[in-house]
Design a protein around this ligand. Sequence first.
Ligand SMILES: [Zn+2]
Length: 386
Amino acid sequence: MATYRELLDQTKREISEVDARAAQDLDGAAWIDVREIDEWTEGHIPGARHVPRGHFESRIETAVPDKSQQVVIYCASGNRSAFAAKTMENLGYANVHSLQGGFTDWKRNGLDITIPRTLSPEKRTRYSRHVLIPEIGEEGQLKLLDSRILLIGAGGLGSPASLYLAAAGVGKLGIIDADIVDETNLQRQIVHSLNTLGEPKVDSAKRTIQALNPDVEVVGYRERLTSENIDRILGDGWDVIVDGADNFPTRYLVNDASVWHDIPVVHGSIYRFEGQVTVFKPKEGPCYRCLFPEPPPPELAPSCSEGGVLGVLPGIVGSLQTSEALKLALGIGEPLIGRLLLFDALATDFSEVRIERRPDCPVCGEHPTITEYIDYVEFCAAGRGN
Ligand SMILES: [Zn+2]
C-alpha cells in the first residue's frame, strides 16, 4: 500500500509537468484551475477556468471538449493538479500538463493574476440553485445580475415573466404599462392582488417584485407605448425585450423598433386555450413582419368581447418566454429563433413550426420599405385575451 507521498511521486513521474515559462509558450492551451472556490476568488491566472477538484471528473469534459487540446492545469503548489492531470489522461486527454509550483510560484514570480468578481455570500446562497448548474454557475449569475430586460405589459404574460425574472436575479427590469389593476385581471395576472386594486399596474408589479427580490431594480414606464416614446424607452439600454403586448399596433411598433435598435424580442401571445412563443432576433432570424407584413384590417381583427383566456395559460406561455429571455441573457442553449412554438392547453399538445426570414420583409429584408414608425389605428382597446 503506497503512502500519499509515494503516490504523489509516482503520479508526477507519469504525467507531464511544465514550469510557468514553458506553459505560457503553449499556444491555445486551456488553463484549468482545480482549487477550491475560496482560493479561486482570491485570485487566479488570467483566462483560466475554474473546475474544482470536487467536481472535476463530471465537469472537465464540458470545460474542455476537445481531448487533443493542450491543457495546463494548476492548483496552489502543483500536487492536486498532478492528480487531476492523471485523471485527465485516464479520460483520454492527450496533452495535459500540470503547472510546477502552481499558483503560489506563479504569483511569487510576479506574473499577472486576475481577481474575479464574485457573488457576496448572501447572493451565493440566494442563487445557489443557479450556481450549482455548470451552464450558469457564479459567472452566469453575475451576468444575470448585470442584465437588463424590458417587459412590454404587466398583464397576463408580464406577470409570470416579471416574477420569474426577478426571482432569477435579473438586475434591471423595465416594465411598460399604462393600465390600472382591476378585478378582471386577478383571474390570471398573478403579480397583482386585491391589495393593489385601482393602482397603476407598474406600481403594483414593482411592489410585488421588490418584496420578492430587492436585488432587482425596477424601472416603471406608466405610459402606452407609441411611436413618440419608443425610442426614448429603448434608448435606456435593454438586452432583451419580453413582449406581452395584447394588441397589434404595439406588436408592430415593438417589432420595428427592435429591428432598428437590434434587440432580441421574446414574443408571446395567447387566446382562449392556445398560446404561441418565438424569439425574433434581428439579423439571425425572422421578425414579426416576416410572418405578418401588415396588421389585419380592423373588420377582420378578432372581436374584443371574444378575448377570453384560460387563467393559467399566460402562466405557461409567460414562463416559456422567461426561459427564452434568461437563455438569451446568459448566452446559453438554443433559443426559439426561427421556430414558432404552439401550445394547445385543451389537447395538452406542443408543436413547432419553422419560420423563415423573408428577403422581401418590409422591415428586416434586403430593401426595407418601412423605415419609420407607423401608429396603426387602435381597433381593440380592451385587448385580446391578455
Ligand atoms: Zn422581417
